[in-house]
Write a protein that binds this ligand. Sequence first.
Ligand code: ZN
Length: 128
Amino acid sequence: MLKGTKLYSILNLKCPRCHEGDLFLTKNPYSFSDMDKMPDKCPVCEQKYWLEPGFYYGAMYISYALTIALSVSVFVAMIVLWHFDIMWYLGLNATAIILLFPPIFRVSRSIWISIFVKTDKDRIQKKA
Ligand SMILES: [Zn+2]
């Protein structure tokens, strides 16, 4: 995927400004004790990751939207691939939400900071 696009930094969990520094301290979203640990600033360009106190509360709205999209996807997949049964849907949907919570949590934070931090395209083109 092309470096320099917002989608690149969001999906690779990279700094929204330089697209090089990691947003999270660990690569594995399923290491639950470190799942939400982020450095204070980008190790490459020194962009602050905590723009203000409580900054990532807003990421909950993104997380909510992604979770709704996941639930609708499970619903449509059940209808298309199988048949709809409310008890199976509730079980499958709860399982999908629990299993995908860590990546959704991280991508939500990545989307949230990408909304507020501008990409430094000059810096990215110089490195390429
Ligand atoms: Zn950076």
